[in-house]
Design a protein around this ligand. Structure first.
Ligand code: UDP
Length: 319
């Protein structure tokens, strides 16, 4: 296949480019570097199967040559209010990437009669009242809350994807991605893993927001990419959760990072740092991924942290 990926210079987009190239496909990567980094793609320079277009996905897209699949991964995604790359500080771009960007990528898929895959998110469940989250749960999102720019844009994107599927017969997929980490994640995006792994490697105390009782479930990027590829190759049009179902409190997560990195500096609780509408719990129900795709994650958190450390050490200039 010749695969178009928006957000190709991002954490997930660039890992997906590598995987698709390794599987023998050719890739057209697209990015405007608002949150992605050219560093994530430099290793592909000179690869005859990789072609790059610098462009904002929310503007009209023209791709020379054929496209067999269009994968929409472009969006700011960090909820951290202090990060300049987080969606609190890029609210209009976030809504445009989710709404206009999805429309444009669906337009490319339609004009090329290509498959379309939407990178959706566990955030469409909001602060969930059903736990763990099954795909049939409609979510609990405040449409005017601070996270709405991301959550509602992704909810709209899912609706638009299904509209193109039902009305135009486009061969679409929707993956709901839960918390994911690994090499090429931005050290500066303010999320739990980059913040804490960086702090641990610098021998600083880890910053736990609130009392650390809120839960998340962290998936290593290679597992996530496996799931996305399996979904792309499947015939499933309705949303599929892809994430690691092992749920833990953020406090236990911090302890695991300190243990795995031998960081003696401990933990500091920052009660006031917890964001408004920060979900209290999050855990994917992956029954659909297990049964439809025969997929489940294989890499546990300690192993994933060990695999992510060299990238962080290199970025921090330490060994
Ligand atoms: N968090 C934390 N310390 C940090 C960064 C994040 O305790 O340095 C918490 C945050 O309040 C949230 C959880 O970790 O409850 C996961 O946050 P993240 O920013 O990774 O993304 P989210 O899962 O909320 O989308």
């Amino acid at each position: 296949m010749r695969v178009l990926i928006s957000g190709a210079a991002g954490f997930l987009g660039s890992n997906l480019c590598d995987r698709l190239l390794a599987e023998g496909h050719s890739v057209v990567g697209m990015d405007n570097f608002v949150t992605g980094s050219p560093d994530n793609l430099t290793h592909l320079a000179g690869n005859p199967n990789f072609f790059f277009i610098r462009q904002d996905v929310s503007n009209f897209i023209f791709v020379p040559g054929k496209v067999d699949a269009a994968l929409h991964f472009a969006s700011p995604a960090s909820p951290n209010a202090e990060s300049p790359k987080g969606y609190f500080n890029l609210p209009i771009q976030t809504m445009k990437a989710g709404a206009l960007g999805t429309h444009n990528m669906l337009g490319v898929a339609r004009s090329h009669q290509a498959k379309f895959l939407l990178a959706s998110t566990s955030e469409i469940y909001g602060d969930p009242q059903v736990h763990p989250q099954v795909e049939t749960y409609f979510g609990n999102v405040d449409p005017v809350g601070p996270r709405a720019v991301y959550d509602e844009a992704k909810r709209f994107a899912e609706s638009l994807t299904m509209a193109y599927h039902r009305y135009h017969g486009i061969d679409t997929r929707i993956v709901r991605i839960f918390n994911t980490y690994g090499p090429r994640m931005s050290l500066e995006d303010g999320r739990a893993l980059p913040n804490m792994l960086k702090q641990a490697l610098l021998r600083q105390p880890l910053t736990v927001y609130g009392d650390g009782s809120q839960t998340r479930s962290f998936c290593y990027v290679d597992d996530l990419v496996d799931g996305i590829i399996k979904l792309l190759y499947s015939d499933e049009h309705l949303p599929v959760n892809i994430g690691n179902p092992v749920e833990m409190s953020i406090l236990d997560f911090a302890k695991t990072i300190n243990r795995t990195t031998n960081n003696p500096a401990g933990i500091v609780f920052l009660a006031g740092q917890r964001a408004v509408r920060d979900p209290q719990v999050r855990q994917p129900d992956i029954t659909r991924a297990r049964t439809l795709l025969n997929w489940e994650p294989k890499i546990d958190l300690e192993e994933g942290i060990r695999r992510t450390m060299p990238y962080f050490q290199q970025k921090l200039g330490i060994r």
